[in-house]
Design a protein around this ligand. Structure first.
Ligand code: C5P
Length: 277
């Protein structure tokens, strides 16, 4: 039995620069990762299968759709291996929520298969397979802080620097926000490049250009960010195409006070403490 952690992906900033002819958008984003996520285990079996457990197991729309099975089939095809493995996914992250649940699961699946099939973790075939599975999967493959450009798949690692271990809160209002319609709702106005500097500077001076179109689809996001801002974080912002938002604090005590306040204010929401890694 092999197992891999699939850490939550955060976009500490996400600037949408242009629409592309292929239906995607040209973006510049600062990816970071948290010490909270899903867990995937895999053992050899007669055929490919998937069992989902955990708090958000019901949110997945059936096996056929699941990125774990798609990832196993695709890497199997690309490398000529038979992906006869039984996978177990412990789903702890909310689904369709901007923190990469599906992409992180896909990437963890590729890491598991790479271990089983003796494929180098940084090999071109693994990266190619990741890019075919989704724009965020290459970033999740290494799960290291990076600037992403293009669709998000062209990666340049950057040090997390002073943000390493930073205490954060992740909060999701329980509304699944589909990525495609949020990108489609972007108004087409280029608001400028990602700021330069270290990760902290990029986050501080950056934006998430998908926040406005996501709020148009799920207005509860605006109230959540306003409530986060009232707890005096260094930054409070939506991640990816939403609806999960993050708030980053100067220290754990400020984060813990904010956690209690946000949980009191939004009793039905998924609100979790974590740290950047
Ligand atoms: O690549 P992935 O399947 O994760 O993307 C989901 C959807 O998000 C795409 O079909 C596209 O509508 C949108 N998207 C985009 N530009 C990106 C990434 C995603 O328009 N850079």
């Amino acid at each position: 039995m092999l197992s891999e952690f699939a850490p939550a992906k955060l976009n500490l900033a996400l600037h949408v620069r242009a629409r592309r002819a292929d239906g995607y958008h040209e973006l510049e984003t600062l990816f970071a990762f948290a010490d909270i996520g899903d867990r995937i285990a895999m053992r050899q079996d007669q055929a490919l299968s998937l069992k989902v457990t955990g708090g958000f197991a019901d949110g997945l729309s059936g096996e056929g759709d699941n990125l774990i099975l798609r990832s196993a089939r695709l890497l199997g095809e690309m490398t000529g291996h038979d992906p006869a493995f039984a996978f177990t996914l412990e789903k702890s992250l909310p689904v369709a929520s901007g923190i990469g649940g599906g992409s992180a699961d896909a990437a963890a699946t590729l890491r598991l298969l790479a271990r089983a099939w003796d494929i180098a973790p940084d090999s071109a075939i693994l990266r190619d397979c990741a890019a075919r599975l989704g724009a965020d999967v290459p970033a999740c493959l290494s799960s290291r802080t990076a600037i992403g450009t293009g669709r998000g798949e062209a990666l340049r690692p950057v040090p997390l620097g002073s943000l390493a271990g930073a205490p954060i809160i992740l909060a999701n209002p329980g509304v699944a926000v589909p990525t495609g319609p949020v990108f489609a709702g972007w108004d087409g106005q280029d608001r400028g490049a990602l700021p330069t500097g270290d990760a902290a500077a990029v986050m501080a001076a950056g934006r998430n250009d998908l926040q406005v179109p996501a709020i148009a689809i799920a207005p509860v996001i605006a109230a959540l960010i306003a409530a986060m801002e009232a707890t005096a974080p260094r930054t409070a912002r939506m991640s990816g195409s939403g609806a999960t938002c993050f708030a980053l604090y100067a220290d754990a005590s400020a984060r813990n006070d904010a956690l209690a306040e946000l949980r009191r204010r939004f009793p039905g929401y998924w609100i979790e403490p974590a740290a950047l890694v």
